[in-house]
Design a protein around this ligand. Sequence first.
Ligand code: NAD
Length: 457
Amino acid sequence: MTISTSYDVVNPATEQVLTTVAMADTAETDLAVARAGRAFETWRQVSPADRGRLLRRFSEQVDGHLEELAQLEVGNAGHTIGNARWEAGNVRDVLNYFSAAPERLFGRQIPVAGGVDLTFHEPLGVVGVIVPWNFPMPIASWAIAPALAAGNTVVLKPAEYTPLTALRLAELALDAGLPEDVLIVLPGEGTVVGQRLVEHPDVRKIVFTGSTAVGKAVMAGCAAHVKRVTLELGGKSANVVFADADLEKAAATAPYAVFDNAGQDCCARSRILVQRSVFDRFMELLEPAVKGMRVEDPALDTSQMGPLISQRQWDRVSSYVPDGAPVAFRGDAPDGPGFWFPPTVLAPVDAADRAVTEEVFGPVVAVLTFEDEADAVRLANAGNYGLAGSIWTRDLGRALRVSRGIEAGNLSVNSHSSVRYATPFGGFKQSGLGRELGPDALHAFTDVKNVFLATEG
Ligand code: NAD
């Protein structure tokens, strides 16, 4: 196996090389873990109020550089400028949210006989964070913020394609006053730096976001050390539209729920399930919404969808739309350089088609029909994924019944929301293990210690 020592970072909208980034090897990974291990000894001793204050300053640094971070992501990942600004804002908000956590990391006093019993939430040590290329900034912050708040130090490996915002965030952390080596960003290959973080005995936890296939290998690697692990993996989420729904709104919003970020979204609603009696009407409404999407230079304020991340991803996505595929209609995409793929709607499509059963991770959606509520839940639950989903109905009882019936971690009724920093995020089944964000995320970065103090002589 050849190990790359550097990586040419490419703008996916132009195919131009932006910069070259050095890639770490195994020895450098070990050094980074050792440095983070030393930093842990002092970081864990920083008073809760000061740890909170430093995270707040980090959040303020991000806020002061929102536009710069957003522009970096437009260039590096092809995200639309509107999305990239939201993503940088999300990093700021996540850091701010968890800055309140160090002073609220409460233990318990449990009544027992013969003494006093106390619990402490102790930090784990060095946390390895491995992130994908589809949302490089926010996903990094969802692990960094609670990990640091709980008193851990972090070694973060960005995805090969998209290291730039993570590297900038590490600089902003230092500018904010975080001690050296509390947050180390180490670009490198998954099978080199990523794998070493998984295998290194002094890395006490892995937060992995990426494909289910790699996630399973990461989980197996962690087992060797009984290493704590959080997994955020793939999805094949359903957008379920009942006949009694506001069809105009459901159809107008459906393209954004799957084509946002060019479909490279683990929460993409890439299966639209429509009650048979309203299928024709829904498709009539969906067509202009899809054709009206602005797929253009992501740096333009009007852009609603940019390119795919790479030629490799383009080839992968194309394989789901072979010649003769049941394409109902498509949107536009620019010609010329860049990994552009038009928004594509497949219907009617066989339930066994790969485009229905596999995560495409591109702007391709399959529309299927269902008969009744039970059929809708059965179809939504088909397959091994269970990350997100949407339910469109005016019947409140049905909305709740179907929400309880669908096996997924993040559901949204009459809307397509998945991520809020104050609410838990994560997958059922093979979409993941554990939860990020929200009030409980901190406990994924601590172990509980029970201490009994005898009070009787
Ligand atoms: P990927 O699994 O190929 O890579 C993810 C990360 O793991 C990268 O940093 C990669 O370098 C690293 N990696 C690769 N091999 C490794 C190994 N053997 N050991 C350790 N690390 C290794 O995924 P990707 O293509 O970058 O991202 C797309 C996938 O991520 C999709 O399946 C998507 O659904 C998923 N995703 C999930 C969420 C979520 O929160 N559930 C969010 C975003 C993306």
